[in-house]
Ligand binder design. Structure first.
Ligand code: GDP
Ligand code: ZN
Length: 357
């Protein structure tokens, strides 16, 4: 198997790449980003790459620019060390969040994940409502969510939390592990497979780094750190975001995935709260908010005890947040934000130019 295959290249990507080789382009996967400069894996190893002015110019927003996980067609210009990212192959999945700023802009945190491991700890951190949020965002991305409950070794009675997790998981698998002792890790093998890309999300302190260290081992951890040069020419050590595990499988760990603010979430919400969605057609009103409307089937289910009140409260809260974000995408504000973004983009272009001098 070649290097690209180790990183997830397959017949479908080859098809998406098409005859770009005829244009002098090569396929590459983006595995790290630092201030607009990417590390990419090519058939010949890891190279640096950057976006082109025309790609940045055509971009309608940040979401059109490369993200870690993307497959791209790149070109090696003569007499230049840094390759050019000419085109992104259409993303199979994309994990997005709301970009920082006043107005809604989509930011793709990672693309082409096959599964998302949603990690939490079996202690006071455990919160079914937080799991629902992570499940919603992960499902919206198109990747398969897996609930990973860590710190099993330090939990005297995990049964109740496991049951709570299963109650909100829907079709997602629920796995209890100890990243510290290694207990239960074998259950992750179904997702950590050669050629498959898996993201790791969860709040700070739940044990993500511990799991990563255990999965890749100390020696490999060193290789996951790369020496890079920052703007001022200083050497910095960065943590590679996407790496291949010894047993095969590609793991993505990035701080950007630790907290989740909604971007699009309609489909994710529908799947995560499918028992509520399933009842909605039985409500008297088509646009029932399951609040104080007469003839509400969901309210009847809560009163009958078939749907827990917590679930509907949580659904309402997330739905409100999703609708609120949607309303904020007003066209005028968005164009102002895009303008601001274009200016920032221009500054980045200038920085890259100066660096090349
Ligand atoms: P991160 O912020 O999600 O990357 O969490 P870390 O991996 O840094 O872990 C946070 C703390 O939890 C550290 O003190 C770890 O030693 C501890 N920890 C991680 N996994 C386990 C586990 O399975 N069991 C126990 N008892 N502690 C753990
Ligand atoms: Zn209703």
């Amino acid at each position: 198997m070649g290097l690209l295959e180790d990183w997830g290249w397959d017949a479908r990507w080859a098809e998406a790449f098409g005859d770009d080789a005829g244009k002098g382009f090569s396929p590459a996967r983006l595995i790290e980003e630092q201030r607009g400069l990417f590390q990419v894996v090519t058939a010949d190893g890891v190279k640096s790459a950057r976006t082109t002015g025309s790609m940045r110019h055509k971009a309608e927003g940040r979401a059109d620019l490369p993200a870690v996980g993307d497959w791209a067609a790149i070109e090696f210009p003569k007499n230049e060390k840094v390759a050019l990212i000419r085109r992104l192959l259409p993303r199979r999945t994309k994990l997005s969040r709301k970009a920082a700023g006043d107005v809604m802009m989509e930011q793709v945190i990672a693309s082409n994940l096959d599964a998302v491991l949603i990690m939490t700890a079996l202690n006071a951190e455990f919160n079914a409502r937080r799991l629902e949020r992570f499940l919603t965002v992960s499902r919206e991305s198109g990747a398969e969510p897996v609930l990973v409950l860590n710190k099993l070794d330090a939990c005297p009675d995990s049964a109740a939390m496991l049951a709570d997790a299963k109650a909100v998981a829907g079709d997602a698998a629920v796995i209890a592990i100890s990243a510290k002792t290694g207990a239960g890790l074998e259950a992750l093998a179904s997702w950590l497979k050669p050629g498959r890309t898996v993201g790791l999300v969860g709040s700070s302190g739940v044990g993500k780094s511990t799991l990563v260290n255990r999965l890749i081992g100390d020696d490999l951890l060193k290789t996951a750190e790369t020496r890079a040069t920052d703007e001022r020419g200083r050497h910095t050590t960065t943590h590679r975001q996407l790496f291949v595990l010894p047993q095969g499988g590609i793991l993505l760990d990035t701080p950007g995935m630790r907290e989740m603010q909604f971007w699009e979430s309609e489909q994710g919400l529908a799947k995560t709260f499918d028992e509520i969605e399933a009842l909605a057609p039985e409500c008297r009103f088509k646009d029932c908010a399951h609040d104080s409307e007469p003839g509400c089937a969901v309210k009847a289910a809560i009163e009958a005890g078939t749907i827990p009140r917590d679930r509907i409260d949580s659904w309402r809260k997330l739905k409100r947040e999703a609708n609120f974000e949607k309303r904020r995408v007003d066209p005028v504000a968005l164009s102002t934000e895009k303008q601001k973004w274009k200016v920032a983009n221009k500054a980045l272009r200038k920085r890259i130019k100066e660096k090349k001098k």
